[in-house]
Write a protein that binds this ligand. Sequence first.
Ligand code: AMP
Length: 107
Amino acid sequence: MEKSIFTRIMEKEIPARIEYEDDKVIVIHDIAPKANVHLLIIPRKPIPTLMDVAEEDLPLIGHIHQVAQKLAQKLELKGFRLINNCGKEGGQEVFHIHYHLLSGFHE
Ligand code: AMP
């Protein structure tokens, strides 16, 4: 399978503004932000869509939520949206699972 743009960012083939990384996820700033804060939380495991998440991946999905919490604390966000676009009909463009963390709609 061809490497996704997010895998290429993780492998530092393509530059990105990295906000956070650990052994399971990388968090980058979206290149076309839709809010004052627009981050992408991306697992290193290249799962194509939410529909491909297996039972063994559930701790990873929990970890993503924990990372969202930590980012909100670190960036002192008063609130945020955590969004996953699933499949073409769901508006997904990059088929490597990721969650959009958006904040700052009423600043
Ligand atoms: P989705 O539609 O949920 O698949 O979202 C893909 C997101 O990736 C979009 O919001 C894009 O703006 C963002 N994106 C695409 N390429 C890059 C890149 N090189 N660096 C950062 N964000 C990107």
